[in-house]
Design a protein around this ligand. Sequence first.
Ligand code: GAR
Length: 209
Amino acid sequence: PRRVAVLISGRGSNMVSLIEAASAPDFPAEIALVLSNRPDAAGLERARQAGIATAIIDHKDHPTREDFEQAMDAVLTEHGIEFICLAGFMRVLTDWFVERWAGRMINIHPSLLPLFRGVHTHRRALEEGVLIHGCTVHFVVPELDAGPIIAQAAVPVIPGDTEESLAARILVQEHSLYPQALRMISDGSARLENGRVVFSESWNSEGAL
Ligand code: GAR
């Protein structure tokens, strides 16, 4: 299986869904590391409970973004990481780091991209009055939340929705979408080629469709 690092900054519910999916024997990836930029991220404890190696690289301990990312990159290399899943990781990454992991780093974003890049997606969706909202998994490119799309799930906006109720409805979808997308990049059925996602049938271990 492909060695995957999940990068978090907080609660880590998407991280848990990836760990659970990857624990199935036929899953083409294993979560080899959970890395947090915040020492107090609740997800760290959940990762430890699941028996996953954890690392903390506190951005506040590093004078520059480059320095912070060099430290992350060193830990990722140390653990033999092949793919990165950003899961509620709330640091903007430099072009250097993004290019280094091009085609090997994905992110989940709580909107139907290209709508509502950035933060407060649910509040903005309610303000705009959209009736369909959702979540997206995409390859990470230097421009924020602008990368080629691997998978999306749509969710209805219901009268009376609040930011919280809408976020909760979408989070349920995130938890099944993200493992699906990780499976696709890990078994090669979704690849980044010349800035676009190429989809192909996945091959099982017997080499048959
Ligand atoms: C998730 O809803 C994720 O889509 C979002 O943060 C939440 C993290 O929750 N990500 C972003 O907003 C990225 N800009 P989790 O820590 O429970 O997975």
